[in-house]
Unconditional design. Structure first.
Length: 75
């Protein structure tokens, strides 16, 4: 239910202790998010390198790729 103009209540002032607590929680959340991001980046990089090594090994086992012959033009 929305409030009408006459029912508007101004925001309550925040105490210094609440501000400090919010700041501390934001810092903890930010550090947690950054560490999760770093773990995801590391896992991604490891997977990419593993897949690259597998691809290179497959290509080396298959031998050189023959060059494509140009198609004859249709008349």
């Amino acid at each position: 239910m929305t409030k009408t103009v006459s029912e508007y209540e101004p925001p309550k002032p925040i105490s210094k202790a609440e501000r400090e607590a919010r700041k501390a929680f934001r810092q903890v959340d930010a550090e947690k998010a950054l560490s999760e991001h770093a773990l995801a980046e590391k896992a991604f990089a490891q997977n990419r390198e593993r897949l690259r090594a597998e691809r290179l090994a497959r290509e080396a086992a298959a031998g050189p790729v023959p060059k494509k012959q140009p198609r004859a033009k249709k008349r």
